[in-house]
Design a protein around this ligand. Structure first.
Ligand code: ACO
Length: 255
């Protein structure tokens, strides 16, 4: 969609042509024009009676609008926001959920099927730190359903009265598993930071005079182990603990 001004004059656009607006954004007439025009084009493309995205429906809400532009052209928009929804499964069980929802998604007709939609969608997933299956989709059009099936293999859902689509994977534990994996990776990276501590302790150790027989025994034990910087993470940790133990034994002895 062509405007008679540079899009970057009315909103901040990053090097990939992306803009993220939120409802507390300061308004200006050109920005309002972009939102109004794109919102109307989106409603028309979806054959909707009512426009979903307009300045009055966007400002002062907790929604976000992702915009892709190039010079004076606005290529597409993606609007998201949280909703409180009730979901009924096949057994009739109703659950109350508060998912982040895709509320409006539109790429200009002249630019569709060129990957712009995917670019917008991926930018949103990255910024919101969410997976496609953890989103709800407000009345998705056949094109959006095709898009989600093609790019993210999402197709199974139980139709709901409220017309929001929640894919069956929404109720899986992938997010939880990933969180657990991340937690364990964090723990590992904490371990992998120990060698520098060990090196510092090693230097300190070498500066200390070890005179007693007990200390000599301890030294022998120490030399049986591998050098801390040549070990795997587990033995590094063990070494760190052994070294720390030796240090406190030395300090107590000195006292
Ligand atoms: N017919 C069928 N499927 C389509 C079409 C189309 N005209 N356009 C895109 N798709 C789907 C297909 O799966 C397509 O893959 P294919 O070309 O290999 O068949 C895939 O999307 C292409 O991916 P992208 O190029 O990344 O998507 P695009 O830039 O076209 O954006 C979008 C997808 C936003 C759905 C766009 O087609 C569009 O604006 N459509 C009109 C408005 C609309 O229906 N928006 C969704 C409303 S529902 C909601 O917002 C919750």
């Amino acid at each position: 969609m062509q405007f008679n001004f540079l899009i970057s004059k009315c909103m901040s656009v990053n090097e990939n042509g992306m803009t993220i607006l939120n409802g507390s954004q300061l308004r200006n007439p050109q920005l309002d024009e972009v939102i109004t025009t794109m919102g109307e084009a989106s409603a028309k493309a979806q054959n909707l009676k009512q426009v979903i995205t307009s300045p009055s429906r966007f400002y002062q809400t907790d929604q976000k609008l992702y915009i892709k532009s190039e010079g004076k052209q606005c290529l597409g928009i993606l609007k998201i926001g949280k909703k409180n929804l009730f979901h009924r499964d096949l057994s009739g069980l109703v659950r109350e959920i508060q998912p982040l929802c895709v509320l409006d998604f539109y790429v200009h007709e002249s630019m569709q099927r060129r990957g712009i939609g995917k670019e917008l969608f991926e930018e949103m997933l990255r910024c919101e730190i969410i997976y496609p299956e953890k989103l709800a989709y407000d009345r998705p059009s056949p094109k959006l359903l095709g898009f989600l099936k093609k790019h993210y293999h999402l197709s199974n859902y139980i139709p709901q009265n409220n017309n929001f689509v929640i894919f069956s994977q929404y109720f899986d534990n992938r997010q939880q598993n990933i969180n657990l994996q991340l937690a364990s990776q964090n723990q590992q990276s904490q371990y992998s930071s120990t060698p520098s501590k060990i090196e510092q302790l090693g230097t300190l150790m070498s500066q200390m005079t070890i005179s007693s027989t007990q200390s000599k025994n301890q030294q022998q034990q120490f030399s049986k182990s591998q050098a801390p910087w040549a070990t795997d993470q587990k033995s590094q940790q063990n070494m760190y603990e052994t070294t720390t133990g030796l240090m406190s034994a030395q300090i107590q002895k000195k006292r």
